[in-house]
Design a binder for this molecule. Structure first.
Ligand code: NAD
Length: 454
């Protein structure tokens, strides 16, 4: 075991010291999970449901505490952090109904009865990034538990605290010991071991495309099931016929929320030429209004970046001579602050238009036709999210069908609802999370034929 410090990104103060697991202790945790999964899968569906409902209730009664922990550990604004803790409660409550609904099929056959069963996988390993530690943990944890699996969860090194608290709440709710374990530690040690461990039946990975590729290769070696939720560079496409005022007023929050550290950030803003000037004038006012302040302050709309090194990476996207159009403000002094910044690169091949920055930098370009808008929106290796602003219904349908992305919204920026499927096209990932079918992704379908011949 080796201890590592958890830092408050708004103050640079140490919040906690956490023991990281090594390979041996990870193996021990997987062995405990495997054993626990044997009895958990046999818990009657109604009882598993009841335990998950209790877990959701415990999270509900701990929302303020979880939110404060996230503010201190991740620099999320208190408003966002409360929403995130509430999302965990809702996700667990939603999937608490799943154990009684893991319904198989009865398929007509001659001379017998044919039925399918959804068998739990056993032990599910879930590897979580630092940008939304709580919701992302719950999106795999809840449906996997509901389907009768044990879960071993590796939080990001920078942000383990809320996941560790969730494990305590699960125990308090009566979820049996070792059914849900949190394993803090390094990705290269604990995460890699979960990928390589023969008793981990599936990996759910959310993180960078680069690490996702390695994880998929590791899983391939064992033909292990894998879900990948990776990066994004989503487009916010604004047509001249749209409500430009609303599009401009909401665009900052669609990219600067969580300081831009959001896989769904609409970081490429594409505006129809005839509305470009009007949009930019209103957008500038809106960007300058974003309240970048101490995330514990109730009025704060954007906190700091997660770490000093991440701030360096974000800053490296703006060398001398970058096409900066305007910037918002950020506090001075301690904390990994970075002011919201709007850039206007001339071409879609510019790295500001192509690479995921994962910080508060938005790139704006104009387009002339609907065809060009679609071409620019699709000119990306990623395909996670995006928005389309238009009052023309036919265009909204055409463009939303043409954009290569897993989650789109028209005349809004909503992206993740736990009861609808979520995931990416292209390098943004593989597989889907959330929605009504998620528990089935944590099962194997078994077909059994019963002969009725005498
Ligand atoms: P990351 O890939 O560096 O790390 C993610 C997790 O993987 C961490 O827990 C890390 O410890 C672990 N890890 C690192 N190396 C590993 C290895 N070799 N084996 C196993 N595990 C390993 O990503 P990050 O910097 O924490 O998060 C930012 C990235 O996550 C961005 O690219 C963002 O777009 C993406 N993301 C995607 C979604 C989505 O749903 N598509 C959601 C949130 C974040």
């Amino acid at each position: 075991m080796s201890a590592f410090d958890v830092i408050n990104p708004a103050t640079e103060q140490v919040v906690a010291s956490v023991e990281g697991l090594e390979v041996d202790s990870t193996d021990e945790a997987v062995a405990r999970a495997k054993q626990a999964s044997e009895s958990w899968r046999r818990v009657a569906p109604g009882d598993r449901s009841r335990l998950l409902r209790r877990f959701a209730d415990r999270v509900d009664s701990d929302i303020e505490n979880l939110a404060r922990l996230e503010v201190a550990n991740s620099g999320h604004t208190i408003g966002n952090a409360r929403w995130e803790a509430g999302n965990v409660r809702d996700v667990i409550a939603y999937y608490s109904a799943a154990p009684e609904r893991l319904i198989g099929q009865q398929i007509p056959v001659a001379d017998g009865l044919d039925v399918t069963f959804h068998e739990p996988l056993g032990v599910v390993g879930t590897i979580v990034p630092w940008n939304f530690p709580m919701p992302i943990a719950s999106w795999s944890l809840a449906p996997a538990l509901a389907a009768g699996n044990a879960v071993v969860l590796k939080p990001a090194e920078l942000t383990p605290l809320t996941a560790m608290r969730l494990a305590e709440l699960a125990l308090e709710a009566g979820i049996p010991e070792h059914v849900f374990q949190v394993l803090p530690g390094k990705g290269s040690i604990v995460g890699q071991r979960l990928v390589d461990h023969p008793d981990v039946a599936k990996i759910v990975f959310t993180g960078s495309t680069e690490v996702g590729r390695q994880i998929m290769a590791g899983c391939a070696a064992q033909v292990k099931a894998v879900t990948l939720e990776l990066g994004g560079k989503s487009a916010n496409v604004i047509f001249a016929d749209a409500d430009i005022e609303a599009a401009a007023a909401t665009a900052p929050y669609a990219v600067f929320d969580n300081a831009g550290q959001d896989c769904c950030a609409r970081s490429r803003i594409l505006v129809e030429q005839s509305a470009y000037e009007a949009f930019m004038a209103e957008f500038e006012v809106a960007v300058k209004k974003v309240v970048v302040a101490d995330p514990a302050d109730e009025t704060s709309e954007m906190g700091p970046l997660i770490s000093a090194s991440h701030r360096e990476v974000v800053a490296s996207f703006l060398p001398e001579g970058s096409p900066i159009a305007f910037r918002g403000s950020a506090p001075e002094g301690p904390g990994f602050w970075f002011a919201p910044t709007v850039v206007t690169p001339e071409s879609s091949v510019h790295r500001l238009m192509q690479e995921e920055i994962f910080g508060p930098i938005a790139a704006v370009m104009s387009f002339a036709t609907e065809e060009e808008a679609v071409r620019l929106a699709n000119d990306s290796h990623f395909g996670l999210s995006g928005s389309i602003w238009t009052r023309d219904l036919g265009r909204a349908i055409r463009v939303s069908r043409a954009i290569e992305s897993g989650n789109l919204s028209v005349n809004s920026h909503s992206s993740v609802r736990y009861w609808t499927p979520f995931g990416g096209f292209k390098l943004s990932g593989l597989g889907r999370e959330l929605g009504p079918d998620a528990p089935f992704a944590f099962t194997e379908t078994k077909n059994v034929f019963f002969s009725t011949k005498e």
